[in-house]
Ligand binder design. Structure first.
Ligand SMILES: [Zn+2]
Length: 412
């Protein structure tokens, strides 16, 4: 007798169906027919089963503020920052945690078992947003893994005092050092910003996840410096860069150099197609750019690419369920990933690639791996992306943590 057996599961890249046996928090067998009985038996009925999905870039502290704030009239990032600052002055950690958990709940139901949450840390809101997300991490630990990023939303050099607050945020339990170098006033300040982040990360032996070159400006070049700094500091595989929209604006020769550096340094690129489609290229007349990194060129060079849900109903972005499949569908559209092998690459962006970026070692559907599984509710990667069905079962650390029951019929 084992704890759970998931029967008749369709696994990626494998013919036929398989059973998955789980004991405690581990997968103990993956076989055509598991003879042991499960205390809980789940029939996947031919549905695709994936390991738990990731959202590696989510500003949970601002989530759902769209319901209480004035709309972003220009639709730009600077106006979104300005609107949010007012509210941030009075953040209450308990209120931040409450909003965060409402969104985490929706994400878990959609099969997300790992979140990297960004907390604004700076002189406007102090550490209150970070304390709220740390509280949510603790309260929701039954359902998902949460990492909290200490993120300097108002910059570091241009927000004197932010560096000390980042340091303190790491001491209070944040997992990842954030950054926003492109937001500094000058290139020199952007490089100093990156240097400061590495100093903090080295002191606390933590990984780094920055928002980089989130602009249509071809002169925004902090990704190049981040990559070279990553190589020189020996941080290979420990750094992620979100957005990097300027990469699309660079000339092709310079872009190829930076793509090569990113791959060589093992820097993960996190695309956030939703928000960039909405916020970027606002100054373009026509044609309007898409505002995302050169996904196909990064993939072709072997760089690690993930896709994430940046915002959920806040002044930056008014939508977001959140659902990793929605992110996959969006990146597939924007980066034109439509061939069968490209759909597989797209689903990797919320599964294996994200696990690699977060350095989760025991990830995947095989004996010995952590029992984080999602019964997707569709028979293939293609159909999962196309239909974005309700996830039928979500298993975290060997416990069923969410399920859906749906009945829909066409009437005569
Ligand atoms: Zn973001």
């Amino acid at each position: 007798m084992v704890d759970i057996v998931v029967r008749n599961a369709k696994l990626r890249g494998q013919p036929g169906l398989a059973d998955i046996a789980i004991a405690k928090d581990r997968i103990v067998a993956v076989e055509a027919k598991v003879s042991a009985e499960g205390a809980r038996e789940i029939d996947a009925a031919g549905s695709l089963v994936l390991p738990g999905m990731f959202n590696l870039h989510f500003h949970a502290d601002k989530s759902l503020l769209g319901a209480v704030m004035r709309p972003n009239v220009s639709g730009t990032l600077p106006e979104a920052i300005e609107i949010t600052n007012e509210f941030k002055r009075n953040y209450d950690p308990a209120e931040v945690a409450e909003r965060t958990m409402r969104v985490l709940e929706a994400g878990v139901k959609n099969g997300t078992t790992f979140f990297r949450l960004f907390a604004d840390v700076g002189t406007i809101g102090g550490l209150r947003a970070a304390q709220g997300l740390l509280l949510a991490r603790e309260k929701f630990s039954h359902y998902c893994d949460v990492e909290v990023v200490a993120f300097p939303q108002e910059g570091i050099v241009r927000d004197p005092g932010a560096a000390d607050l980042l340091e303190e945020a790491m001491k209070q339990g944040c997992n990842i050092v954030g950054g926003l170098p492109w937001y500094e006033y000058t290139d020199a300040d952007a490089r100093e910003h990156i240097d400061i982040c590495f100093e903090i990360a080295k002191r606390h032996d933590r990984d780094i996840h920055m928002l980089v070159d989130d602009t249509d400006d071809e002169n925004s070049r902090s990704l190049e410096y981040l990559a070279v700094k990553t190589m020189r500091e020996g941080f290979h595989g420990r750094v992620a860069a979100s957005h990097c929209g300027a990469l699309a604006a660079y000339n092709d020769v310079y872009a190829a150099k930076v793509v090569d550096m990113v791959a060589t340094a093992g820097v993960t690129i996190s695309c956030n197609a939703h928000i960039n489609l909405v916020c970027s290229a606002r100054l373009d007349r026509e044609p309007k750019r898409r505002g995302i990194a050169r996904v196909k060129e990064l993939l072709a060079r072997g760089a690690n690419v993930v896709t994430s849900q940046d915002d959920v109903n806040d002044p930056y972005y008014p939508f977001g369920k959140p659902d990793p499949l929605e992110c996959v569908s969006m990146i597939a559209h924007v980066a034109q990933l439509t061939l069968p092998h490209e759909l597989e690459q797209a689903i990797d962006m919320v599964t294996g690639n994200a696990a690699k970026a977060a350095r989760v070692k025991d990830y995947g559907i095989a004996p010995g791996m952590r029992a984080d599984l999602v019964v997707m509710g569709a028979p293939s990667v293609h159909e999962a992306i196309r239909l974005q069905p309700l996830r039928r079962h979500v298993i975290k650390n060997g416990r069923e943590v969410a399920r859906s029951v749906v009945s829909q019929e066409l009437l005569k």
